[in-house]
Design a binder for this molecule. Structure first.
Ligand SMILES: Cc1ncc(COP(=O)(O)O)c(C=O)c1O
Length: 410
């Protein structure tokens, strides 16, 4: 009789994990307030209120809300003075928007490999990628895990480069007790539906530098300057302003995000302790300076040699069948179709040949080891984390059965 659910056996986990986003009555109140105010966009007090609260939450002096977390990267790059052909160092293990924003700002993405244990950009490999065209280093705090900001800041200072933190996945994460975002020159956040603070859509830039935030304002607001007339467009900006209803929904999350973050941190650490009991599974490495993980994802590594050679994808298929929602994550960005840039469209990137790049750390986590659980899973309780660990154990305890199922399928 089959034991594994993938083979028709009983599912270990029958209940769903918490849904996301989670509506609350405060949201209704905030949305109604915006509705009645008649200020649904420009001049919205809800947007101003959220900017102020978000800056406070992220230990930043200034914050500016924009339409989403892609244009927040774009305005940050423009504010840093990126010109056609300037190079921006990014990791290849990230959502495509990190690279898209660079290309849309007329820049050239330069991929630096990730450390397969932290899944974040490997600071030891950054200097070798710096040229006289490099302007910005853009680390991504992947899954909410802060990148090594001490090492990155040291390199940026030495080579006089700007740092833009892609913190789209890292609300509330901390590096040495300080929330991430304004540790570099500008931090960029997303409020897209899946994010740990969600407005449906939305984005934010934060910074301690007033001048940079004013430039972000300009590029996100049709080239206007704060002191200028309405029909005075000094720079090549566009309308990337936010919708006030998103700000309303987000204002209602300023309090809940604190408790949610603590819950995810607690459950993440508990799950780490349960994973430690299972040979071949290891949580994303956390540097000692990380005082709070943002846990947009619970990332862990899978070692097939401890699973009798079973491929990660088959292990995850079996785990999904047991009722645990998990995924394999990204493919290396340089291999994606959109990165095969047409020189007629992007002449400054001619010769980049992204398709020929091979970065072993990224290839390893994308193809063999990287596994994801999603953030709302960590809003459940310890007994639910036990179900996850027990499902992993169940699959491992039944490898011969899993292997025969895989062979049958092929
Ligand atoms: C790392 C990263 N950067 C940028 C973005 C872009 O954000 P948005 O979807 O709000 O444009 C996302 C998410 O969607 C992301 O995960």
């Amino acid at each position: 009789m089959a034991k594994l659910a993938i083979n028709g056996g009983p599912k270990l986990r029958k209940k769903p994990f918490p849904d996301w986003p989670q509506p609350n009555t405060r949201m209704l109140k905030e949305v109604t307030k915006v509705l009645k105010s008649g200020k649904w966009g420009i001049g919205s007090p809800a947007v101003a209120e959220f900017e102020k609260k978000f800056a406070e939450l992220h230990n930043a002096k200034h914050a500016l809300m924009v339409a989403n977390g892609t244009v927040s990267l774009w305005v940050a790059l423009k504010a840093c003075g990126l010109k056609a052909g300037d190079e921006v160092i990014i990791p290849p293990y990230t959502f495509m928007a990190t690279a898209v924003a660079v290309v849309l700002a007329n820049g050239k993405p330069v991929f630096v490999d990730v450390d397969p244990e932290t899944f974040n950009i490997d600071p030891k490999q950054i200097e070798a990628a710096i040229t006289d065209r490099t302007k910005v280093i853009m680390p991504v705090h992947i899954g909410g895990m802060p990148s090594n900001m001490d090492a990155i800041k040291k390199i940026a200072k030495k080579h006089r480069l700007r740092i833009i933190e892609d913190a789209a996945q890292a609300h509330m994460a901390e590096w040495k007790g300080r929330r991430i975002g304004a540790i570099g020159d500008i931090g960029s956040f997303s409020f897209q539906s899946s994010k740990n603070m969600s407005g449906g859509e939305g984005g934010m830039v934060v910074s301690d530098n007033q001048e940079l935030i004013d430039l972000c304002f300009t590029f996100s607001n049709c080239g206007r300057v704060r002191s200028g007339r309405w029909y005075e467009h000094r720079h090549m900006g566009a309308n990337y302003r936010p919708n006030a209803f998103a700000a309303a929904v987000l204002n209602a999350q300023v309090e809940t995000v604190v408790a949610d973050t603590q819950k995810r941190e607690k459950m993440g650490r508990y799950l780490d302790s349960r994973l430690a009991e299972i040979p071949g599974l290891k949580p994303q490495k956390r540097l000692k300076q990380v005082t709070m993980h943002g846990y947009h994802l619970y990332i862990f590594s899978y070692d097939s040699s401890a699973f009798d050679g079973v491929h990660r994808n088959d292990f995850l298929r079996a785990l999904n069948a047991e009722g645990i929602d998990c995924g394999t994550g990204y493919v290396p960005l340089y291999k994606e179709g959109f990165m095969q840039l047409d020189p007629a469209e992007y002449p400054w990137a001619a010769g980049a040949k992204y398709g020929d790049i091979r970065l072993p750390g990224c290839e390893k986590v994308c193809n063999e080891t990287g596994c994801w659980l999603y953030q709302s899973t960590l809003l459940a309780d310890e007994k639910d984390m036990d179900d996850i660990a027990n499902a992993m154990k169940k699959v491992r305890d039944n490898l011969p059965e899993l292997k025969s199922a895989v062979v049958k399928k092929k």
